[in-house]
Each structure stands twice: as C-alpha cells, then as structure tokens.
Design a binder for this molecule. Sequence first.
Ligand code: DX5
Ligand code: ZN
Length: 216
Amino acid sequence: MSHFIAPSLLSANFLKLEEEITMVNQSEADWLHLDIMDGLFVPNISFGFPILNRVKQVAEKPMDVHLMIVDPDRYLDRFRESGASIITVHYEACTHLHRTIQAIKQTGARAGVSLNPHTPVLLLQEIIKEVDLVLLMSVNPGFGGQTFIEQTYRKSRELKTLILAHGADTLIEVDGGVTLDNARSLVDAGVDILVAGNTVFSSSNPIETIHQLKHC
Ligand code: DX5
Ligand code: ZN
C-alpha cells in the first residue's frame, strides 16, 4: 500500500476544532490521530471523552487513538464507544500486554502497541503476530513540536525485519517530529503510517502539506 498520513489533532487550534477536522476530512489524510495523555504516564494532560465524542460527530477519517495513559484496560470500551477505530497502548504501561491486545480486539477496534524511544523492538517478538500496528515514538511522548530522534530509522528497519520473520502483517507507524524533510526516508525505512502534528497544523496551507507528505 502507499503510506498513510495521520494528522495529529494535538497541534490543532482547539478554538476552531470543527474547521480543523473539516480540513482533515477534505485532505488526502488517511487517519485522524488523537493523543490521550493522563499526566501520569507522560508529563502532560491533553483531552478525554467529551472532546472525542464531539470529534466523532465531524471526523470522516478513521480515528487513530494513541493512549499515553497508565492502566488503559479500564477505558478500552469507552474509547471504542467514543469513535476509536484503532486503539494503541504503550508497551511500557501494560503489565499484561497480551491480555490488553485481546481486549482491544474484542471492542472491535484494531490493536496497536507503542514503544518509547528507549524501548527495543525485539521486546515485541512474542506478540508481534497479535498486533495490527506498532507505533514507534520518534520523540519522548507528551508534547507536539519536538525534534525527531534519528535512531528511529534503524528501529523501523529492525521492526520490519521482525514482522517479516514472523510472517505478520503488522503496520509500522512513526509519531513525533515528522517533517517534509524526513518523511521520504521514513517510508524508505519501512514506515506505513506517518503521524504529523506541528508540520500539518502550523503550515499556512495544511491541505497542501498533507498532499506533500502523502506524495513525498
Ligand atoms: C506526542 C504525540 C504526537 C504529537 C506529534 O507525544 O504522541 O502524536 O502530536 O506532534 P509532532 O508531529 O508535532 O511532533
Ligand atoms: Zn501520538
């Protein structure tokens, strides 16, 4: 498949949320990325169910929900009810990751696992066949607009090798510091989905920027 683009709403203008989502609807974006932060797993708090439920009413692209929260199992059903098509949890936040992955799938959503920059790809070898998507954090999670961590290229290639070795069809998503300058190199390193917050929403022409990311 050609790679997907998932604009991250964290960098949108929240006073104009409906306009921002409509822009994404009208663009070549494939998914809408939504960052949920609890102030515990990451040193920031973003937004929760009331916002998601409103976003759901306007969004026409699948909602790609990235949970940066401890004990995500408590809320999986509610995230699904709030519109999530993809639910991604952090490896570092899940003691019983296998159980959590099954629980996500039972909601009807696709199941993703995210790795922080310091977490090795090989830790996923026992579970890779169960996982629909692996999200590689290319910044430390918690904030938009940070600088891309270069080791992500190598991690993506390692992850691709792991996926192929297990005969899995897991997708690779990269999140953090994605720009028009590094997008092509990431796709060449095996990345299937590019998340972009600042690059899209700080652009003077976000629709054109999404087009450029899509055709990088
Ligand atoms: C960071 C979030 C990202 C963030 C990316 O913790 O997971 O999705 O919105 O923002 P940019 O693209 O600006 O680095
Ligand atoms: Zn994210």
